[in-house]
Design a protein around this ligand. Structure first.
Ligand SMILES: Cc1cc2nc3c(=O)[nH]c(=O)nc-3n(C[C@H](O)[C@H](O)[C@H](O)COP(=O)(O)OP(=O)(O)OC[C@H]3O[C@@H](n4cnc5c(N)ncnc54)[C@H](O)[C@@H]3O)c2cc1C
Length: 582
């Protein structure tokens, strides 16, 4: 059955530009513009694609007239923004700031369901030729093109008003290569389609006795924005970032060529795709990545709070002690820790210790527990912090048992931002870092999520496969911090703007002051963070921009904060237009 549903436009309202014409000859056309493709053109494209073109009907149309259904709407409200709802849908995306209430389950049923920042159509990509057709159509018709995988992007890069979206999800092949041979690597590898999630890739590698570098959130696409943007992992202390392990990218470039990029073939494209940001240089069909024999590993969890620490001052003293003793575990032993800090609680939901047993990890943590017991007036003993230590002979099983259930439902509330805390920042003024974390969470509006890691420590077992565009500042980071505004869909939408303002003008400057030169992870920050070229890409930016100009000279691929995106801006109607910048 064809999924192509032109009749959607009788069900939901499409905002039509009253001027019926774009404001600039080279702006991308949006629905209502004179240059917007006629229904016959879309029909023709759908035929070329054997029926794999899908017109967008936002999920939340069931919450709005004329298609309102009370039961379906209530169900959707409970599940809204969860990965399992968003990922199987071609045009849904998680960044609620960019959903912008155009069609959510939380506005009144009498308000119209509008497409807003949703792509207008998606191609359910099943082969490189589908991508070639989509690229050609978008270029001929001068419409916006986006690539959507899982829709996890913080900046809404996988969606766009009036866009034709290349939906990656069903490129889900997985293959073990027991002995990959090349001049830069000989050994086991995995080749995955670009739609395979990190969790699926890790489970697949594990079934064959291997580990793969994947994120702690299982639902992110491994070969999508994750590895293309760098990709931190519980295994980064041993094997580096996701981008460090790529052997091959299979790509359709914006001129429709189907190519392979390796360290020795199309090497500039390989370099840029390995860390230089998703959705920027071409459409990735598949990725081949180095894997490692699985082996012994341990994990620890613990938590303490204002009550168990004996008061607010004592709690923040304990946070400082925790960091003092965490850093050598991370720096010297390749451990990676993930934890949440609010104004009341620190929750270490997983510190992964490759090579450790339950006994050796317990012993390694003794100094931290002793210091928390002795130096904090609440006396945070192992019992009081609910210390748990477990081990196993494989990474994935331990991860799946302890971490995955906690991160499976992770999503993106409207306001988030990010910042690294470098090892230099800790050495220079750890008290200032502690004070900045305290200030960020003080009024209860924001929570801090930390990944503590060291990609360059003595436990690093292998260098990167080749030089790549990994953010240089990530290599100096002790913490990669995400600051998230606590959000309830019972809030008025105006409160999101207040939180955004507070984050950009108060919380972030405070943290920046305590973390000079530290930058921010390009995948996990806020779209309004200043000097994003420097902060998200650093010294790689100029070369990335030159590669962008080589592989996408006409700016077919645009994403907010992506390399080269300064050449475009959105007008008041959401139409993408040349900005006049280079
Ligand atoms: C809940 C949550 C948990 C996260 N956990 C981690 C983590 O543990 N470690 C970590 O490093 N990061 C993590 N991230 C950040 C994550 O890596 C980025 O959001 C990443 O961009 C998601 O990529 P995606 O392809 O899954 O998402 P999408 O939103 O679909 O795509 C992201 C970007 O990549 C592009 N893209 C996707 N597929 C392709 C393709 N085939 N070809 C070309 N471009 C493509 C898109 O166009 C877009 O620009 C997390 C994010 C969230 C929301």
């Amino acid at each position: 059955m064809s999924l192509f549903i032109l009749s959607v436009f009788s069900l939901i309202t499409v905002v039509v530009d009253a001027t019926l014409g774009s404001t600039h000859a080279s702006c991308r056309n949006i629905p209502g513009d004179a240059g917007w493709p006629a229904p016959s053109a879309w029909n023709q494209l759908n035929q070329t694609l054997d029926g794999r073109l899908i017109a967008t009907i936002p999920l939340a149309h069931v919450c709005h007239e004329p298609t309102y259904s009370g039961t379906e709407c209530t169900n959707l409200q409970h599940a809204w923004d969860t990965p399992e709802i968003m990922i199987p849908q071609p045009a849904e995306f998680m960044a609620s700031w960019f959903q912008n209430q155009s069609c959510t389950p939380f506005t009144d049923e009498s308000t119209q369901c509008e497409l807003g920042n949703y792509a207008s159509y998606s191609i359910n990509v099943s082969s490189p030729s589908d991508v070639v057709s989509g690229l050609a159509f978008a270029q001929e018709q001068n419409i916006r093109l986006v690539i959507k995988n899982t829709g996890h992007d913080f900046y809404g890069k996988s969606t766009g008003k009036g866009a034709l979206s290349l939906w990656v999800h069903n490129l889900d092949s997985k293959q073990i290569i027991p002995s990959y041979n090349s001049s830069h690597y000989n050994g086991p590898a995995v080749k995955i389609g670009a739609g395979v999630s990190g969790g699926d890739a890790a489970a697949f590698a594990s079934q064959h006795g291997y580990r793969i570098v994947a994120g702690s959130c299982p639902t992110v696409a491994l070969a999508g924005g994750y590895t293309q943007g760098g990709g931190h992992s519980y295994l980064t202390g041993l094997y580096g970032f996701g981008a460090d392990n790529v052997l091959e990218w299979e790509v359709v470039t914006t001129d429709g060529k189907h190519v392979v990029a390796t360290p020795t073939q199309n090497s500039d494209l390989y370099w840029a795709l390995s860390g230089g940001g998703g959705g920027t240089y071409g459409f990735v069909i598949s990725m081949t990545s180095r894997v490692f024999p699985d082996g012994q590993i341990a994990i620890s969890t613990m938590t303490f709070n204002v009550t168990t620490a004996g008061g607010v001052e004592e709690f923040w003293d304990a946070v400082k002690v925790f960091h003092t003793y965490l850093q050598p575990l991370v720096d010297d032993h390749g451990m990676v820790a993930e934890y949440l800090i609010s104004n009341e609680t620190l929750d270490l939901f997983g510190m992964m210790a490759p090579g450790f047993t339950r006994a050796s990890l317990t012993q390694a943590m003794d100094p931290m527990i002793a210091a928390l017991s002795k130096n904090v007036s609440g006396g945070l003993t192992a019992e009081k912090v609910n210390l748990t230590v477990a081990d196993g002979d494989g990474y994935y099983n331990l991860y799946a048992a302890i971490v995955e259930p906690l991160t499976l439902q992770d999503t993106i509330p409207p306001v988030n931002g990010g910042r690294f805390v470098s090892r230099e920042n800790m050495a220079a003024n750890a008290s200032a870092v502690n004070a900045a974390l305290r200030a960020a969470t003080a009024n209860g509006a924001f929570t801090v999520a930390v990944t503590a890691l060291n990609s360059e420590g003595p436990s690093r077992a292998v260098p990167a496969i080749a030089d790549n565009a990994m953010q240089p500042a990530f290599k100096d980071a002790f913490m990669s911090v995400i600051i998230t505004a606590d959000w309830s869909w019972e809030n008025s939408w105006a409160e999101a703007a207040v939180l955004q303002d507070e984050f950009i003008n108060v919380v972030l400057p405070n943290l920046e002051a305590a973390t000079p030169n530290a930058a921010a992870y390009n995948n996990e920050a806020n779209w309004q963070q200043p000097e994003w070229q420097q902060n998200f890409y650093g010294s790689t930016y100029d070369r990335l921009l030159s590669i962008k100009h080589t592989y996408d000279p006409n700016g077919t691929l645009y994403g907010l904060t992506a390399v080269g995106s300064e050449a475009w801006s959105q007008d008041a109607d959401g139409r993408l237009c040349p900005s006049g910048a280079v």
